[in-house]
Design a protein around this ligand. Structure first.
Ligand code: ZN
Length: 1036
């Protein structure tokens, strides 16, 4: 899956440890927002002037300061839970502590208790507490369901079973399913009713018994099972009772006789359900066609845990099986699934039933997919495979680029992996309502429209987005679909690989798309994210549903891809890495693997005895969180390297035990540009000494072209030598190396190892810089600082920062043109970064040109185009005036080209007008005028402005339950929303609020890693400001 919103450059641009601050330093006024119904009113019409506006002055810092209107409810809920705990058993009590996966009503329904109820409750609690204490102090008591085994201390405690919906004990007490039964095939018949948004289904599951058992346990969520039969070997089918335990989304069938190893059996389940209103499971979606008619459709998104919402199944990646799927539809619709259609049969009720071929491959449940819609395709044949791109009929013209790209990439992968794509068809489908960027379902890849459709006039930057997502999802057909991780703890095997292959394949097949800058920026952001103490190892324990969701993060994708690049770059010979992965794919084809399987395959193809063992080297990168800081110290000809954990932590804790096996690379002023200049040193220990470096060498640059996943500190003298060299001639280093110096010095400043003066010293060379990646990295880092100062209302420093940035980059900004389409992607990226910054700083000429461009565009009635890479800056400038915002809103409502439409949305969300900010947040949550799938984009854009972030935090607290209804806890969308909303806080008051709010959520969010990240980031922001504000005041 590509959970990232590829067009949201905010994501790539914002380092996790944003050094932001707030204008609020004093104690805020306390207002009860819950009673403030005008806080986020629902606006009936588009006219923002009608919006009831509550001035933001004081009502924003309320939550989390102890004034929590949920307290009473929470107390009541906790009491109920406590009672439940004592009386039944621990697991049963969790039913009331609603998991978002169970989709139960949020635990706020408890009404305020009367005095009498309170007294009764307290008495009851006292009695219960007394009982618990008596039981607890009995010797050997283990709270088993039969009480305490008093006499025989050697008897192991009996398993505590939860209680199923029917009141009977549910016979399985773990999150993971038992291994005694393995599914072989599913025969699924689905009858969706798009008029009533419901469906019925029949799942016939053939299984084999791997170990003697009296039990079959599988997953099912929100399915109403109406009939169940069971057949053993050649016996008769008989009705069986299905027990359900909703909190874990499990169902079970118990047998009085043991099923014996080697036997086969068939479970048939009939069920009904509603189509999901969120973005997972079998969900309904709609769009309005060019004629203004609302069209409905139904599609699926199962990864990671939602196949169980569409059919009962063994919903873990290692339970691979074959699938035969039948779906009924109205004659005006078509259906799609993983396999080609086998036959179509008219039904008596006027519907048609489509049957798809049985899958020829064993497949994990999260890769199953089906769609019922009125889409139309364009197709091409690539060797044995028919490749088709489907879209809504109005957008058929926008599918050609994706089709062409997919065909070329399919050929590339077939050849590169030396294993042909196994299916006869490959569909790529653009779905109007889709939360993730795309999903790699085998043979039926689903996409957001932005990730697949490009218009005739699209810029090559927009094509780069589409090609990247297509390349990623196609790589998954091998990495993920053919060979699948055994469990979600190794998600990086899917996602790190697909991300790496996406850049690698595009670099080879479409060099004109220039993905190098993008991949470099991705690696910088991966380092920034992984520097936090709340980060995690690439491969880690995953035990809860929200932990599974949380694995879809920067570590699995971006760090995973970064360490694969490092490995590939460190292996001797071009083909080593490729040979290793071909061997891995062939050896484990159709099976499940873990990280060690990959390293072992790569180790086997090694040829050079001097080269470090791959398994030994790479496990140091996958088994521990974070990355190393390599410090260079030089005494004459002796250069010593030391390593330590690069850990951004507010309490100065260090992790002395972390040690990486680092393939350090370096170049010197003798030879610094060509790949042959690169020298290698394996730093396995705390420190190591390079072979004698001649004293005549003026400087060393480590991490050649930034292919390694570490940060380098050169010490005062080392930095000074590099800065002096760059000031004389920037071409002594590659652009990647220059960007890497820029990134590293900002990182070291955050770590407190260099002063901000040293950062400015390095940036002094920037006025001569012309390449995209160093400029883009410097602008990104400076923008973070600018936001910080701006929001802290340090007016004089803000003004000086503004003139500093304009002074440094003015020559390059002035060189940018506004009219013609630039050809190279890299040049477009550069122009876009420079002009966005210039206009953001209100540089007069930039604003004037952008306004003029917008007026010409608005008046031309669609005949004048704004170059794709300039649309964002033009729309953002336009949205700052009343007329511009209104005009843009009108265009947004009618725009059909999704990439452009989203830039309009970002423009609208960049407004500094509080009424409009409130309006847009409300509209996107409501979902009619702006799709709710855009909420993370809107939130991150609104937060980028000075006015907006103040509203967003309030909005999130007010609407938390609605948010987690739409987006699963821990999901990328929720991670992104929390990060955007909190990354700019840096005061104690905000820290208290954030901590208070999230801890009040309890199981509705407090446990998420992104919450820890938010808290840690705020503390780091606070510390950074304390340390560096004086320097900024002095130096700028
Ligand atoms: Zn993916």
């Amino acid at each position: 899956m590509d959970p990232f919103d590829s067009n949201n450059t905010e994501r790539a641009d914002l380092p996790r440890n944003m050094i932001e601050n707030s204008m609020f330093e004093e104690e805020p006024d306390v207002v009860d927002l819950a009673k403030d119904s005008a806080a986020f009113p629902t606006f009936p019409a588009l006219d923002p002037d009608e919006v009831a506006f509550e001035p933001r002055s004081s009502r924003l810092l309320v939550r989390g300061l102890g004034e929590n209107d949920m307290d009473d409810d929470e107390d009541c809920e906790s009491s109920a839970r406590l009672l439940g705990m004592s009386f039944m058993n621990r697991s049963a009590a969790h039913r009331s502590s609603s998991s978002p996966y169970a989709r139960q009503a949020p635990p706020r329904s408890c009404s305020r208790p009367s005095t009498r109820t309170t007294v009764v409750c307290v008495l009851f609690l006292l009695i219960v507490a007394a009982m618990i204490m008596v039981m607890y102090f009995l010797p050997g008591c283990n709270f088993t369901k039969t009480g305490c085994p008093r006499t025989n201390k050697t008897t192991p405690p009996e398993q505590v079973y939860p209680v199923s919906t029917s009141g009977e004990p549910f016979p399985w007490a773990q999150l993971r399913l038992p291994r005694s039964i393995h599914p072989l095939s599913y025969d699924l018949t689905l009858d969706p009713d798009l008029d009533n948004m419901t469906f019925t289904g029949r799942a016939v599951i053939s299984m084999s018994v791997l170990h003697d058992t009296k039990l079959i346990v599988l997953h099912s969520a929100r399915l109403n099972i109406t009939r169940a039969t069971f057949k053993l070997d050649d016996g008769e089918a008989r009705a069986v009772t299905v027990l359900e335990y909703k909190p874990r989304q499990q169902i079970a069938v118990k047998f009085s006789e043991e099923l014996k190893t080697g036997q086969s059996c068939v479970l048939t389940l009939d069920y009904s359900a509603n189509l999901s209103h969120t973005y997972d499971g079998f969900y309904n979606s709609s769009y309005t066609d060019a004629g203004g008619v609302k069209r409905v459709l139904a599609a699926t998104q199962f990864e990671p845990l939602a196949a169980r919402k569409a059919f009962p199944c063994f919903d873990e990646p290692s339970f691979k099986a074959t699938f035969l799927i039948r779906i009924s539809r109205k004659p005006s619709y078509l259906t799609l699934s993983n396999m080609p259609q086998a036959k179509s049969t008219p039904l008596l009720n006027g519907l048609v039933q489509d049957e798809f071929e049985k899958t020829i491959v064993n497949m994990s449940t999260y890769l199953v997919a089906f769609i019922v819609a009125n889409f139309i395709p364009t197709s091409k044949l690539v060797s044995e495979t028919r490749v088709s791109v489907y879209s809504v009929p109005d957008k058929k013209e926008q599918t050609h680029y994706a089709l062409d790209t997919a065909c070329k990439l399919l050929e590339f992968y077939n050849d590169f992996f030396e294993i042909s794509y196994p299916l006869k068809k490959l569909d790529l489908v653009a779905i109007p309502d889709f939360l993730a960027g795309a999903m790699e379902n085998w043979g039926l890849i689903t996409f957001r429209e932005t990730s697949l459709l490009v218009g005739e006039h699209s810029s090559s930057l927009e094509k780069q987005v589409v090609a990247s997502v297509v390349a990623h999802e196609l790589a998954h057909q091998w990495f993920g679909n053919l060979v699948t991780m055994r469990w979600w703890n190794d998600l990086w095997l899917n996602e790190g690989f697909a991300t790496y292959m996406q850049y690698m394949s595009l670099h080879t097949v479409f060099p004109q798309l220039d993905v190098g800058n993008l991949f470099l920026a991705v690696r910088f952001r991966a380092l920034d994210n992984d520097a936090l103490n709340s980060s995690h190892a690439v491969s880690m324990d995953v035990n809860k549903p929200e932990q599974v969701e949380e694995m879809f993060d920067s570590v699995s994708y971006e760090k995973g891809a970064s360490i694969l690049l490092m490995l590939n770059a460190s292996l001797p010979g071009e083909q080593q890495f490729r040979k290793g992965i071909i061997q891995y794919l062939k050896q484990f084809s159709g099976l499940n693997t873990d990280t060690n399987d990959l390293w072992n395959s790569l180790t086997q193809v090694e040829v050079s005895p001097q080269h470090p063992n791959v398994s030994e080297m790479m496990s140091s990168w996958t088994s521990q969180k974070g990355f190393p800081l390599v410090t260079v110290s030089r005494k004459g000809g002796q250069v010593t390297l030391t390593q330590e954990h690069f850990l951004l932590t507010s309490d100065n804790a260090t992790q002395a035990s972390s040690l990486w096996n680092i393939p350090v690379t370096y170049v010197t002023d003798n030879c610094s540009l060509a790949p042959e200049c690169r020298q290698v040193f394996n730093l396995k220990n705390k420190s190591g000494t390079l072979k004698e470096v001649p004293e005549s060498v003026k400087w060393l640059k480590l991490n050649y072209r930034n292919t390694g996943f570490y940060v380098v500190h050169y010490g005062d003298e080392g930095w000074a030598a590099l800065i002096a060299a760059l000031s004389r001639n920037i071409s002594v280093l590659t652009p990647e190396d220059r960007a890497s110096l820029v990134h590293n010095i900002f990182a070291l400043s955050r770590l407190g190892r260099v002063s901000f003066s040293q950062v400015l010293n390095l940036l002094s060379y920037m006025s001569n810089e012309t390449e995209t990646s160093p400029v883009a990295e410097a602008l990104l880092q400076l923008d973070v600082l600018y936001c910080l100062l701006d929001q802290r209302q340090e007016h004089s420093v803000v003004a000086r920062m503004k003139s500093y940035i304009l002074h440094q980059f003015r020559p390059l900004m002035d060189k940018q043109t506004w009219e013609e389409e630039e050809q190279s992607v890299s040049k477009q990226e550069l122009r876009s970064a420079l002009l966005n910054m210039a206009c953001r700083l209100n540089e007069e000429e930039c604003v004037r040109r952008a306004r003029a461009q917008f007026i010409r565009y608005a008046e031309s009635n669609g005949t004048v185009r704004i170059p794709g890479d300039l649309q964002q800056v033009v729309f953002t400038v336009a949205a700052q005036s009343d007329e511009g915002w209104e005009a843009l809103l009108g265009m947004y409502a009618h725009a059909t080209y999704d990439a452009e439409k989203r830039k309009m949305l970002r423009g609208l969300a960049s407004t500094q007008d509080p009424r409009r900010i409130v309006w847009i947040l409300t509209a996107v949550l409501r979902g009619d005028l702006i799709q709710t799938q855009e909420l993370p984009l809107v939130v991150s854009t609104v937060c980028h402005g000075f006015a907006g972030y103040l509203f967003v935090w309030d909005f999130i607290q007010e609407n938390w339950d609605r948010l987690i209804e739409k987006f699963p806890l821990g999901s990328f969308a929720i991670q992104s929303i929390i990060k955007s909303a909190t990354a700019r806080f840096s005061t104690q008051a905000h820290l208290n609020q954030v901590e208070g709010f999230f801890s009040s959520l309890k199981e509705r969010g407090s446990q998420m890693r992104s919450v820890q990240e938010a808290v840690e980031t705020i503390r780091l922001n606070q510390r950074w400001m304390d340390r560096n504000l004086p320097t900024l005041k002095e130096r700028l």
